[in-house]
Design a protein around this ligand. Structure first.
Ligand code: FES
Ligand code: FES
Length: 152
């Protein structure tokens, strides 16, 4: 049976090769922290890390994810991730919360590759993550705060 390495553990799953990763996470593994928004790689709600890169799990087939390390919001653990999570709480970023696991996954990936992002870097990296509550200003401020924390 094919296996998925996720959050450091291997799970055997009986799905077709073209099944979107998001379906495997939510329906097969009950990892519901990753959200379904649009289903067509347009909103970012389903963002997870595949091979360390932020990807839209609604549009990544199982056959692509199978050979790589997958991290979801449930398994996010790094200095950048901790700084992001603390900044999110300190600045009270979350409104309804629906988009936020995707936002946090994107922000953690940004800081892992760019520890001192400019406003433009943040806007570019986060552009694919839509927030219907329009928390964009707080997200940007929280990413700067997390960056400062990481460099302290
Ligand atoms: S649900 Fe995947 S990008 Fe919207
Ligand atoms: S916090 Fe509500 S959609 Fe972003």
């Amino acid at each position: 049976m094919p296996a998925l390495k996720i959050n450091g553990q291997s799970h055997e799953v009986a799905v077709d090769a073209d099944t979107p990763l998001l379906w495997v996470l939510r329906d097969e593994l009950d990892l519901t922290g990753t959200k379904y928004g649009c289903g067509i790689a347009q909103c970012g709600a389903c963002t997870v890390h595949v091979g360390g890169e932020p990807m839209r799990s609604c549009s990544v087939p199982f056959s692509v994810a199978e050979s790589q390390e997958v991290t979801t919001i449930e398994g996010l653990a790094s200095d950048a991730a901790t700084a992001v999570q603390e900044a999110w709480i300190a600045l009270d970023v979350v409104q309804c919360g629906y988009c936020q696991s995707g936002q946090i996954m994107a922000a953690a990936a940004l800081l892992a590759s760019n520890p001192e992002p400019s406003d433009e870097d943040i806007d570019s990296a986060m552009a694919g993550n839509i927030c219907r509550c329009a928390t964009y200003q707080r997200i940007r401020a929280a990413i700067h705060r997390a960056a400062e924390q990481l460099s302290a």
